[in-house]
Design a protein around this ligand. Structure first.
Ligand SMILES: *[C@@H]1O[C@H](CO)[C@@H](O)[C@H](O)[C@H]1NC(C)=O
Ligand SMILES: *[C@@H]1O[C@H](CO)[C@@H](O)[C@H](O)[C@H]1NC(C)=O
Ligand SMILES: *[C@@H]1O[C@H](CO)[C@@H](O)[C@H](O)[C@H]1NC(C)=O
Ligand SMILES: *[C@@H]1O[C@H](CO)[C@@H](O)[C@H](O)[C@H]1NC(C)=O
Ligand SMILES: *[C@@H]1O[C@H](CO)[C@@H](O)[C@H](O)[C@H]1NC(C)=O
Ligand SMILES: *[C@@H]1O[C@H](CO)[C@@H](O)[C@H](O)[C@H]1NC(C)=O
Ligand SMILES: *[C@@H]1O[C@H](CO)[C@@H](O)[C@H](O)[C@H]1NC(C)=O
Ligand SMILES: *[C@@H]1O[C@H](CO)[C@@H](O)[C@H](O)[C@H]1NC(C)=O
Ligand SMILES: *[C@@H]1O[C@H](CO)[C@@H](O)[C@H](O)[C@H]1NC(C)=O
Ligand SMILES: *[C@@H]1O[C@H](CO)[C@@H](O)[C@H](O)[C@H]1NC(C)=O
Length: 634
């Protein structure tokens, strides 16, 4: 099996070349001036690792029980990677990017969505023309601890490629020669050593940001503002973290929280966010059945009917969520996740709803979770970055002492054990959004319209349900086309003043990966206080879009992309016969991609986009056959 043989050679080319910066191998440690015991370790990352802008990677380190308002008997090392803006970094605002999960690394967003580079099929880094550091200083954070390159206690273990799980090393040692278990150094994998609710994650994040913004030495901008842009589970992180920052600011200002700094939050961006289970849940079967704009039936009418019954029947999903919310409100209002009765009820709600209401679509193994027009084995965005981030030279360039965890099942399990997905904080996440808007913070909701996971139908429902001072005006604003310099609109937007909801056409879950230009324009227009529809009108408090109440554009999906089976992303990208051959050691693997065998015929569905294709696919026995040529083309 080859594991990235080329990468080292290419890397040596870079580090030995003209881009080498003096002192770039050194990690500097700065002890926190405000938080006793905390520190920042930072190092410059050589240019060329990801783009040419100056960048710094490092950790904010907290010894046990050194965070404010958090009890943690374990150390916390939270990884960050900061990229200077390509234009005028000394006056650019700061944009923080957070992926969701829970447990998903922001390196995913960095390398496949909005970072300065992406990794191509030969595992080299190439510039991303729509990188968000075009005009913004970007900060990518791996949180909560045990996600990505963040760690608590370094622990030897094995990455199980079949499941993506990390198995801490057993006394029996490493099974030598097992092709699907790769040794590495990871976090402890202890579910008790991370934040296990959205609110606990907010507390961790606020501590991180206090120390980072005070003590990271390379932030060098006259603009002290902070914006948070996030995705997916970030639909919960975003409102929660932002509201927590505002609450702490109020305490700092009234003197009850000394020795901390006010953080000047100006913007919250939510991309395909799952904000609130109760509000969004029925949109999953609705979108899958007939509410998507692509005329794709993701579930049958029987499955649809069953899902709705599972939602509304006595002691079904809805009742379980209400029970969880009721108990949470009275017994664990601050969402510490330490009340067994609440955890049990909420885990029950979260499990039942996911399995019975969202599950039917997923269990069919037909269409993609993040894109209803892709095969359920979805290789977009590509996973080349996983190979890049496994390389020793990249570890050295970033100064990381652990291997990379793309999505931590330990963090996922920790959140499952408290039933976080079904819960709300004491105000509620819609109410958090409302109070942000009422205090003058911009909130942009951006939803790719092919995503199932946190689909735009549910997202729109959130936007219309936010009860802020101007919600009447927002509800009356109609959908306007989003115009860029492309011939066709990029989507449609409802906006009133500081609040916008944008449906992005032809995009799955990861909008900046699917529609990089549109995503950038939406970011930029929001940040510049311009209207999202045209980017030309300065937004005042009374600005409103006008147009129809509903966005009804129907669209045709492009052909289903072929399967690309990645060794480091097998559960989501490989068919069973491919995984079997990898385990037997008979698969042909090139640069981390299984090129032989191909998936068995019929693995993926096809879209009948034309009569010709329809006949062709009937001739193939309604199966999507992939040739090696197709694979090589990708
Ligand atoms: C890697 O791929 C890019 C384009 O995909 C190409 O420009 C470059 O030459 C390739 N490098 C190597 C070493 O193959
Ligand atoms: C784990 O870390 C130790 C100590 O730094 C190192 O010697 C070892 O090579 C690492 N293991 C792997 C698989 O990277
Ligand atoms: C910050 O920017 C100013 C102006 O360009 C520059 O003089 C200074 O050296 C920079 N400081 C750091 C720490 O990079
Ligand atoms: C916060 O940042 C914004 C944008 O830079 C700025 O206009 C505003 O004055 C800042 N507010 C405070 C209180 O510093
Ligand atoms: C939608 O798809 C069905 C087949 O699944 C087809 O009969 C129908 O004509 C399609 N409608 C449109 C508007 O394309
Ligand atoms: C839960 O944790 C909070 C904060 O540490 C504490 O105040 C509370 O007493 C704990 N509740 C239980 C039931 O342990
Ligand atoms: C969640 O985290 C809190 C705070 O660390 C802890 O007290 C609680 O026991 C955890 N809950 C579970 C179910 O592990
Ligand atoms: C969390 O719970 C969901 C719903 O039961 C399940 O699908 C998922 O695999 C669980 N995640 C982890 C990491 O255990
Ligand atoms: C961990 O990193 C080392 C190099 O630092 C690499 O040799 C090893 O294969 C990596 N392990 C995993 C599971 O990626
Ligand atoms: C919106 O308010 C501004 C001043 O705040 C005013 O100049 C403008 O005419 C108003 N526009 C509309 C459409 O009411």
């Amino acid at each position: 099996m080859h594991l990235w043989p080329r990468i080292s050679l290419l890397w040596l080319g870079v580090s030995g070349g003209a881009h080498q910066t003096v002192g770039s191998d050194k990690t500097t440690i700065i002890y926190s001036t405000i938080f006793n015991g905390a520190s920042v370790s930072e190092k410059e990352v050589p240019a060329g690792v990801c783009g040419e802008a100056k960048s710094y990677a490092g950790y904010v380190n907290f010894p046990p029980n050194s965070m404010i308002d958090v009890t943690h008997d374990y150390p916390i090392h939270t990884f960050f990677w900061y990229f200077e803006s390509k234009k005028d970094p000394e006056n650019s605002p700061l944009v923080i990017w957070l992926n969701g999960g829970p447990g998903a690394s922001s390196m995913f967003g960095l390398f496949t969505e909005n970072g300065p580079c992406y990794i191509n099929r030969n595992l080299t880094s190439e510039p991303n023309p729509w990188s968000w550091n075009k005009d913004y200083n970007m900060l990518y954070i791996d949180q909560p601890v045990q996600t990505g390159f963040s760690y608590d206690i370094i622990t030897k273990g094995l990455l199980d490629l079949e499941t993506g799980n990390i198995i801490p090393e057993s006394p029996n040692g490493t099974p030598l020669g097992n092709p699907t278990k790769i040794p590495g150094n990871f976090s402890s994998q202890n579910v008790e050593s991370t934040a296990n609710t959205t609110e606990n994650a907010a507390r961790h994040f606020w501590n991180f940001l206090q120390v980072w913004s005070q003590d990271f030495s390379r932030r060098n901008s006259s603009d002290g503002s902070i914006s948070i842009w996030t995705e997916s589970y970030g639909g919960r992180y975003g409102p929660s973290f932002a509201a927590f920052i505002q609450q702490q600011n109020a305490r700092i200002q009234d003197g009850s929280l000394p020795d901390a700094n006010v953080l000047n939050l100006t913007t919250l961006g939510i991309i395909n966010g799952c904000v609130d289970l109760l509000v969004q849940e029925t949109s999953a079967p609705e979108f899958a059945f007939d509410k998507n704009a692509y005329n794709i039936s993701g579930i049958t009418s029987n499955e649809y009917a069953d899902a709705l019954v599972a939602y509304s029947k006595q002691d079904g999903c809805q009742d379980k969520i209400l029970n969880c919310l009721h108990l949470g409100k009275s017994l664990d209002p601050r969402m510490y996740g330490n009340v067994t009765e609440v955890n049990k009820a909420c885990e029950d709600a979260s499990d039942f709803c996911q399995n019975e209401v969202e599950g039917p679509y997923i269990n069919r193994k037909k269409w993609g979770f993040y894109d209803i027009a892709h095969c359920y084995l979805d290789s977009f965005p590509g996973n080349e970055y996983l190979g890049y981030l496994a390389d020793e030279n990249i570890h050295k360039a970033l100064g990381v002492p652990v291997n990379y965890t793309d999505i931590s099942s330990t963090v996922g399990r920790a959140f499952n054990l408290t039933g976080d997905y079904a819960r709300r904080n004491s105000h509620g996440y819609l109410e958090n959004i409302a109070s942000l808007l009422d205090s003058g913070i911009r909130v942009a909701m951006v939803y790719g319209d092919r995503d199932y996971a946190c689909n735009w139908i549910g997202g729109e429902r959130i936007s219309l349900g936010v009860g802020y001072a101007q919600s009447n005006e927002f509800n009356l604003a109609g959908y306007a086309d989003v115009i860029t310099d492309d011939p066709k609109p990029a989507g449609q937007v409802r906006q009133h003043g500081l609040f916008s909801f944008t449906r992005v056409y032809q995009s799955g879950h990861m909008v900046p990966a699917y529609q990089p230009k549109a995503a950038y324009q939406i970011l930029h227009r929001t940040m510049q206080n311009k209207d999202i529809a045209t980017g030309k009108i300065p937004v005042t408090g009374n600005y409103s879009t006008s147009g129809p109440y509903k966005s009804t554009t129907n669209l045709k999906a492009p052909p289903v992309p072929p399967v690309v089976c990645y060794l480091r992303a097998m559960p989501g990208t490989c068919a069973k016969n491919q995984i079997d051959d990898v385990k037997k050691g008979t698969a042909l693997i090139k640069d981390g991609v299984i090129v032989q065998p191909l998936p068995q015929a019929g693995t993926c569905p096809t879209l009948f986009t034309s009569l010709h294709e329809e006949m062709q696919s009937k001739a193939d026995g309604e199966e999507n056959m992939h040739t090696l040529d197709e694979l090589e083309e990708l």
